[in-house]
Design a protein around this ligand. Structure first.
Ligand code: SIN
Length: 507
C-alpha cells in the first residue's frame, strides 16, 4: 500500500504550485500528486488571458482591483478574502517569475498589461495568448527537479476515506485507479489537497476540456464537505462558434480588451444598450446581452469584429487564436468571427477558509474546485490563476505548521482490489453524458425551469448507472467520471432551486 505525507489530487496551477511550495518548505515530507491523465491535461494549460496583478501603482492601485472584483461578484464576495488575495498578488507573481515563467513586456521593458472585462485598468500579465501553457510548462519543469515530489499520471482518484475523530471526520487516504495496470488501490495520506478544477463538462457548450467532470467536488461532497455557491456557473461570452462541438475554442476576453467589437446580424454593436462599458462590461452582463440578441434574431451566434484593429499587433498578441481561426478558414483581419456564450468557470465549489481548509480535518481544496469567497457570483476575468496561487500559498503555510501533529491512520483498509478496471461500455456513458448535458443546458437557458422534473430525470440516470455497474460488475473510468458528474449536477440543481425559492418565497 502506498503512503504519502501529502496527497495532491489534480495537476493544474493550484496543485503544482502548492506542491512546489510545500516541497521547498518541507524537504522531509513525501508528496504525491495524482492526476487522472497526463500532467499537461488540465484547464490551466488552456488559459489564454493571464493573471490580474497590480504592478503599476501610478494609474492603478490595489483598491481599484479590489473594487472591480467586488463589483463583478455582484455583492457576493467576501471582502476580507478579496483584500487578502489582491494584496498578496505581487509576492505570488514574483514566485512564478522566480521559477522562470515569462510574461510579455513592451519594448521599453515594462510589463505589457492587458485589459479585460470588468477591469478599470490594464493589469493582466500574460504570455501572448498562451499564458496557461507557459505557466504549466515552468511548473512541471520545477516539479521534476524536486526529489520529494512524485507525480503519478493516469491515476484516477475515486474517493477519499475518512474516519470519525471525536465527532469530526478527518481524511486518512484515498482509493484510486491506476489506469495503466487497471487496478483499484489505496493510498494512505496524512493530508489531502484537492485541486481537481471545475465541472464545465456538465454542459454541452463549454470551453472546459473533457477531464473537467467535477471530480473533486463529488469526492468532497460524498465525504461530507460543504459545497457552496455552486449555482454560479460563469459563461464566457466569446467562445468560437463552430456548430456542435465540445469543448468550444475560447477567444480570449483580452481580444475585446484589445479593442474588438461584438456585433449582431445587422453588423451593429449592441452591448452598450446593456452597460455603459460596452464590450468591457463583466462576463455575466456581456453573455446575457448576447443571449438576448440571439433569442431576438433566432441565430446561433453573434460576431466578434477585429477587422478595424492593427493586424500585425493583433497577431503579436494573439498568435494562437489567429492560427486556430485560420485552420477553420477564418482570418480575423478580414472575417467576422462567430461567437457564443458557453460555460467556462465554476465560481463556487468546496467551501474553504482563508487557509484552504474544508470542514473535514486534513482535507484542503484549492483552485477552481474550491469556493473561497473571492469570486462571488461572477468571477472577475483573470482572477482565477491568482486565486489558485494565493490559496496554494495559504495551504502550504498552514500544512507546514500542522502536519507534524497528524499521524497516519491505523485503521485497516482492504489494500488492493483484485478486479481490474476496464474501459467498457463507453457508448452507454456517451449517451448518458449527452442526456445530462442537455438537462443542464435547460437549467441555465433563461426559461422557466421545472426543478423537480430535472431532478427526477437525474435520479433515473443514476439508476441506469447503478444497473450498468451491477450488470457488468466492473468499475470503469467512464462510470467514475459520470457518477461524479451526476453528483455535482444534482448539487448544482439543488443550489439553483434553493436560490429560486429564497428569491420567490411565495411561489
Ligand atoms: C480569457 O482569456 O478570456 C479567459 C481568462 C479567464 O477565464 O479569466
Amino acid at each position: 500500500m502506498k503512503k504519502a505525507d501529502i496527497l495532491i489530487i489534480g495537476s493544474g496551477i493550484a496543485g503544482l504550485f502548492f506542491a512546489i511550495k510545500m516541497a521547498k518548505k518541507r524537504p522531509d515530507l513525501f508528496i504525491a500528486i495524482m492526476t487522472k491523465e497526463k500532467v499537461q491535461n488540465s484547464n490551466t494549460q488552456m488559459a489564454q488571458g493571464g493573471i490580474a496583478v497590480v504592478t503599476d501603482h501610478i494609474e492603478d492601485s490595489f483598491e481599484q482591483h479590489i473594487q472591480d472584483t467586488i463589483q463583478s461578484g455582484g455583492g457576493f464576495c467576501d471582502e476580507e478574502i478579496v483584500r487578502m488575495v489582491i494584496n498578496q498578488a505581487p509576492e505570488r507573481l514574483k514566485e512564478l517569475i522566480d521559477i522562470g515563467v515569462s510574461f510579455d513586456k513592451d519594448k521599453s521593458g515594462t510589463w505589457n498589461l492587458g485589459l479585460e472585462g470588468g477591469h478599470s485598468q490594464h493589469r493582466i500579465l500574460h504570455h501572448k495568448d498562451i499564458s496557461g501553457e507557459e505557466i504549466g510548462k515552468k511548473l512541471i519543469e520545477t516539479i521534476n527537479q524536486l526529489s520529494n515530489i512524485t507525480l503519478f499520471e493516469n491515476h484516477l482518484v475515486i474517493d477519499i476515506n475518512t474516519k470519525k475523530n471525536k465527532g469530526n471526520p478527518s481524511c486518512t487516504g484515498a482509493f484510486y485507479c491506476d489506469k495503466v495496470n487497471s487496478q483499484i488501490k489505496y493510498i494512505q495520506a496524512k493530508t489531502i489537497v484537492l485541486s481537481t478544477g471545475g465541472c464545465g463538462q456538465l454542459f454541452k457548450n463549454t470551453t472546459n476540456p473533457e477531464i473537467a467532470t467535477g471530480d473533486g467536488i463529488a469526492i468532497a461532497s460524498r465525504a461530507g464537505a460543504l459545497i457552496k455557491d455552486i449555482q454560479y456557473i460563469q459563461f464566457h461570452p466569446t467562445a468560437l462558434y463552430e456548430g456542435d462541438k465540445n469543448p468550444f475554442f475560447l477567444v480570449s476576453e483580452a481580444v475585446r480588451g484589445f479593442g474588438a467589437h461584438i456585433i449582431n446580424e445587422d453588423k451593429k454593436r449592441f452591448i452598450f444598450k446593456h452597460d455603459t462599458r460596452g464590450e468591457l462590461a463583466t462576463r455575466d452582463i456581456v453573455s446575457q446581452a448576447i443571449s438576448e440578441e440571439m433569442e431576438t434574431s433566432g441565430k446561433q451566434h453573434v460576431y466578434l469584429d477585429c477587422r478595424h484593429l492593427d493586424f500585425e499587433e493583433f497577431y503579436t498578441h494573439f498568435p494562437f487564436i489567429t492560427n486556430y481561426c485560420q485552420t477553420i478558414g477564418l482570418n480575423p483581419k478580414t472575417d467576422l468571427i462567430p461567437i457564443v456564450p458557453v460555460a467556462h468557470y465554476q465560481c463556487g465549489g468546496i467551501n474553504v477558509n482563508k487557509n484552504s481548509e474544508t470542514n473535514i480535518k486534513n482535507l484542503y481544496a484549492i483552485g477552481e474546485c474550491s469556493r473561497t469567497g473571492l469570486h462571488g457570483k461572477n468571477r472577475l476575468a483573470s482572477n482565477s490563476l491568482l486565486e489558485a496561487l494565493v490559496f496554494a500559498h495559504q495551504a502550504s503555510n498552514h500544512i507546514e505548521n500542522s502536519i507534524d501533529d497528524v499521524s497516519f491512520s491505523s485503521k485497516k483498509i482492504m489494500a488492493d482490489f483484485s478486479e481490474p478496471l476496464i474501459n467498457l461500455y463507453s457508448d452507454n456513458f456517451v449517451e448518458l453524458k449527452k442526456e445530462l448535458q442537455a438537462l443542464m443546458t435547460v437549467l441555465y437557458a433563461n426559461k422557466e425551469v421545472d426543478f423537480r422534473k430535472i431532478l427526477d430525470k437525474m435520479e433515473s440516470m443514476k439508476m441506469k448507472t447503478v444497473s450498468l455497474l451491477f450488470e457488468k460488475q466492473k468499475i470503469t473510468t467512464q462510470l467514475v467520471e459520470f457518477t461524479n458528474m451526476l453528483t455535482v449536477a444534482k448539487i448544482v440543481v439543488e443550489s439553483n432551486m434553493q436560490q429560486f425559492f429564497e428569491k420567490s418565497p411565495s411561489y
